[in-house]
Design a protein around this ligand. Structure first.
Ligand code: NAD
Length: 248
């Protein structure tokens, strides 16, 4: 019998309606995981259910900034499926502005959505994973969290926070059989980056060793690797998936 590498695993992917999150959900499902993908609306959740149902997965509504919502969803998934072995914190937003013009609410929204959500979901999923003595937590940061970027001090701070948070948690729970890793995408063509003019995208591609912008599937395959058996001895790591745009 030819087992798929993630057969028997239950995965939760936040922000799975489109872009990188949708590609991650599809890739994990293709590799055999039962995937729950989250959306911010009922219609988004229904669309995810439709996409994932062949592989036994489903969509659920989740606003990662709503206090108690992630905890409730993780509890429900663990109860319904007898555990949750893969958590992918992908949901994220940008609110770009030069710091001089940045409003407190734009700073706070980025920290709440991109960083505090990761703290909450990781904390909520840990107990079950520790009991099972297995688990993979994979957090989506950004190359900007390492290089910084003018106009993105809020986003860069949150993404750098994810990297430091993940290393710390990896040290806390490694002995319980749980790995915590980060994927740091470079420039990926999604709704988040669609407003950039074509000339700017072409100029950016010239700065990338592989000569092209990334696709969501490029990130999804890296996440699936970290979720799978081949990555069992990797933890606290940040995997840069940027086509050679930045080399640490
Ligand atoms: P996207 O805008 O296409 O998708 C973002 C997803 O997050 C959507 O599904 C959205 O519904 C969800 N989301 C937003 N706010 C939410 C909330 N409050 N609660 C729950 N879900 C919420 O963006 P994308 O490019 O696919 O980005 C996915 C992740 O990758 C983000 O964390 C982003 O910061 C990161 N990233 C993207 C790029 C890029 O170039 N596109 C580069 C580096 C990192």
């Amino acid at each position: 019998m030819n087992m798929k590498p993630l057969e028997g695993e239950v995965a939760l992917v936040t922000g799975a309606t489109r872009g990188i999150g949708a590609a991650i959900a599809d890739e994990l499902a293709a590799r055999g995981a039962m995937v729950i993908g989250t959306a911010t609306s009922e219609s988004g959740a229904a669309a995810i259910s439709e996409r994932l149902k062949a592989a036994g997965g489903a969509g659920r509504v989740l606003n990662v900034t709503e206090a108690g919502a992630i905890e409730a969803l993780i509890d429900a998934v663990q109860a319904e499926h007898g555990g949750l072995s893969i958590l992918v914190n992908n949901a994220g937003i940008t609110r770009d502005n030069l710091l001089m013009r940045m409003k407190d609410e734009d700073w706070q929204a980025i920290l709440d959505t991109n960083l505090t959500s990761v703290y909450r979901s990781s904390k909520a999923v840990m107990r079950g994973m520790m009991k099972a003595r297995k688990g993979r937590i994979i957090n989506i940061a950004s190359v900007i969290g390492v290089t910084g970027n003018a106009g993105q001090a809020n986003y860069a701070a949150a993404k750098a926070g994810i990297i430091a948070f993940s290393k710390s948690l990896a040290k806390e729970i490694g002995s319980r059989g749980i790995t915590v890793n980060v994927v740091a995408p470079g420039f990926i063509e999604t709704d988040m980056t669609r407003d950039l003019p074509d000339e700017a995208k072409a100029a950016m591609a010239e700065q990338i060793a592989l000569g092209r912008l990334g696709a969501p599937a490029d990130i999804a395959r890296a996440v699936a690797f970290l979720a799978g058996p081949d990555a069992s001895y990797i933890t606290g790591e940040t995997l840069h998936v940027n086509g050679g745009m930045y080399m640490p």
